[in-house]
Design a protein around this ligand. Sequence first.
Ligand SMILES: [Zn+2]
Length: 296
Amino acid sequence: MWGNPKKDPKTRQLILGVSETTFPHDGKWTMMGDTDHPFYFSDLGVKQITKSLTQKISKGHRPNSEARWDREYGTLPWEKHIWPSLGTDGITNPTDEKSSHKLLLRKLAVDNNDSRTPTNNCRICKNHVGSMSHHLICSGMEQPKQFATQLLLKVGVKRNSIHPSLTWLTCLNKKGKPLPNIAKAIIRLFRRVNYRHFVQVVTDKHAYNPDHVISDLARTLMARILSVQYGLQKFIISRRHTPLKKVLPPSINNQKKLGGIGKIDIHTGVLKIKKGLKRILINQEVWRDIYSKKKT
Ligand SMILES: [Zn+2]
C-alpha cells in the first residue's frame, strides 16, 4: 500500500497516506508463523500473500485443504482465483485476512474438531454435526449472514450471484469469479466477527446472540471504512506542499477496488459512502462522518 520505506522514494508508490501515522503500525510482521521472513505491513499485498502460500505449496505438495474442499464442492479455482484474491486494497487488515485463511486451510476450530466441546454437534443449532462446511450454512447463524448479504447487495453484488456456501468460503461469485474488494471485505469481516461470537459460546459461556453479531459486524465495517477514508485524506495532505502529484489515480474509483465503497474525489480524497450502505450503518447506530466538523 505505501511501499517499503527503505526503497528509493522516487520508486515508492505512495497511494494511501503516510505509513508512520497508520495503525496497525508498519513494523515487522510475520505470516502464518513464518518468523524467518518478517515483512513490512506496507509490503503486504496480494503478491506477498500469494508468495507465502505458494511457497508452502511448491515445497512439495498442495495444501490438503484444497482436495478436502474440492471433495465437497467440486474442483475450485485455487491457483487461478482463490489464493490470488486474498487482500482487499487495505479495507481489511492482516488479522482479518489471516482469520479468513484459517477456513480456507481447514484450520478453523469448530465442534467436530475441538476437544473443548462436549459433543461433535454444532454448538449453535445443535441439530447437525458441527463441521467447517456446516459452519458456512448453519441456520442458527443465518440472521447475521442475512445482514451481511444486505451489505453485499448495497455495494452492488447481485443476489443471484451469491452461492449459499461457496461465496462465503472463497469470496467468489457463483460463476467462480472474485468479488470486488469491499464485498470480499464484508464476507471476511462477517466470518471473523461471527467466529469470535461462536468461540465465546465455549470460552466465556456467552449465549450466541445474532443481534450482537450484527452490531459488532456493522461497527467493524465502519471502523475499516474510516481507516480507508483517513488514509485517503493523509495522501492528499501529505502532498500539499510537495512537487509530487496531488491527485489520486482515477482508477481508484474502480468498483472492484476502493470505488466499491463509494465515490472518491481524486482531488480532495473525500470518499462519499454509497447511500444504501450508509443507511445501514446509520440504522445500526455506528455511523461516523470523518468529514464532519461537529464533534461526535
Ligand atoms: Zn449449526
